[in-house]
Design a protein around this ligand. Structure first.
Ligand SMILES: NC(=O)c1ccc[n+]([C@@H]2O[C@H](COP(=O)([O-])OP(=O)(O)OC[C@H]3O[C@@H](n4cnc5c(N)ncnc54)[C@H](O)[C@@H]3O)[C@@H](O)[C@H]2O)c1
Length: 398
């Protein structure tokens, strides 16, 4: 029998639900070397936790997150809170000898992220993971494998974009619009994912930011009654009072960058791309072929093979769900083309975390604090570039 591995999660709203669901499902679909136990859920809204804990299968709940660090039974602490508290909670868990899974971006600021990385280095026995969950969409993991096998050859261009359209003038001053809490706006919220995906799929480093635009179109937003900090998302539109406060984050960030192999890249992140609900994806063009992904059609990877005779060349759409054919993660799920959804990326990530904690390899590389720190450096370099109107070399950022 695999050994029990008690888990605690801090945060019980959007990511609280995705992570809780992942812990509840993962052992049912994957054969794991350890047995995840949903020990404690911590968050700020005690009344809500009374319902949340039994609903999702947590044995205990608390409004004092420090409890999970002080409890000797808990082995993995998962940080699913707003970005400004990642540092304090992750470091406290590491100091207590726990493995840590942290939501992305690693932190709101590069300084916080650097301290987290130092703590992870100091507590080497503790494993760290970061929830860059889109790596674990089968189509994205498959793109990574195709590029690694050399199937698209030398990478020339990358176009990456993460476009949503919920952050208009009616959206109140959520924590996501407060610089001290979030660190940045669409940049850290959405841009972080596409930076991570491009690094992951190409296997290359982002070496230079050539130019960048950071823009806040909506400068004032309605202040909302949010005593517990529990109003986080799109449903908050009508919850507000009339008083306005300043939005201190970007609404959009666009930038151009270079990869270590010389490729030219463009990145776009915005929550004001009217009509685009969750267009999260990339196109990568190499000398032997190209791959294209859009999360709104998450089980599909578009593929162009330029090594075929010219009369046969054209974009094809691969439904990345055939476990027998070797598509990543597909063996754990349903028969071919019996589609999976958003939550499966999180369950796949939980499976890989428990594989690593049980001494096994993840299906595809897992971002730890050191890896997520590289993405954080890119986030930081882009803002420097935008504010100083000058290119930034990543080697100049420590
Ligand atoms: N991986 C992804 O795709 C993805 C998607 C959305 C959000 N995120 C990240 O997840 C994190 C949380 O985002 P969310 O959308 O779940 O936020 P949310 O506002 O929906 O939930 C935040 C939760 O944190 C709790 N909380 C807030 N401050 C706390 C504190 N000081 N101590 C203890 N608990 C506290 C709240 O009680 C709430 O339960 C952020 O870092 C965000 O960037 C990642």
């Amino acid at each position: 029998m695999p050994k029990p591995l008690p888990v605690a999660l801090i945060g019980s709203k959007f990511m609280g639900r995705t992570h809780s669901n992942a812990y509840a499902q993962v052992g049912k679909f994957f054969d794991l070397p350890v047995d995840p136990v949903m020990h404690t859920i911590a968050a700020r809204d005690g009344e809500d936790l009374k319902k949340f804990a039994p609903r999702w299968g947590w044995q205990h709940h608390t409004t004092r997150w420090q409890d999970v660090c002080e409890n000797d039974d808990i082995q993995l602490v998962d940080v699913g809170t707003p970005n400004h508290v990642h540092k304090e909670q992750a470091i406290a868990a590491l100091e207590a000898g726990k493995h840590v899974a942290c939501e992305k971006p690693l932190a709101g600021t590069l300084d916080d992220a650097r301290e987290m990385l130092a703590a992870a280095k100091k507590h080497k026995k503790c494993k760290t993971f970061v929830w860059y969950n889109y790596r674990r969409c089968p189509a994205v993991a498959f793109a990574h494998q195709l590029v690694k096998e050399g199937r698209i050859g030398k990478v020339y261009h990358v176009r990456a974009r993460y476009l949503q359209d919920w952050g208009g003038p009616d959206t109140p001053l959520l924590w996501r619009f407060q610089g001290k809490v979030a660190g940045s706006g669409s940049h850290g919220d959405l841009g972080a994912h596409i930076i991570d995906m491009v690094r992951f799929v190409t296997g290359e480093k982002i070496t230079r930011i050539e130019g960048a635009i950071e823009e806040t179109f909506i400068k004032q937003r309605e202040i909302i009654e949010d005593a517990g900090g529990e109003i986080s998302g799109r449903g908050a539109k009508k919850a507000g009072k009339k008083k306005k406060g300043r939005s201190t984050v970007d609404d959009c960030v666009l930038f151009l960058a270079r990869l270590s192999g010389g490729a030219a890249c463009s990145f776009e992140a915005t929550r004001l791309a009217t009509g685009n609900k969750n267009v999260n994806g990339f196109e990568i063009n190499g000398d032997k072929g190209s791959v294209r992904f859009n999360f709104e059609r998450m089980t599909e990877l578009e593929w162009y093979d330029a090594t075929l005779p010219e009369k046969l060349q054209g974009w094809s759409t691969i439904n990345v769900s055939n476990g027998d054919a070797g598509h990543p993660y597909a063996q754990a799920w349903w028969p071919t083309a019996h589609a999976i959804g958003y939550e499966h990326g999180f369950i796949n990530q939980a499976a890989d975390m428990f594989r690593v904690l049980g001494g096994k390899k993840p299906e595809v590389p897992m971002p730890d604090f050191a890896d997520a720190y590289e993405t954080q450096k890119v986030l930081h370099a882009v803002i420097e570039c935008a504010r100083n109107h000058a290119p930034v070399k990543l080697s100049d950022i420590q």
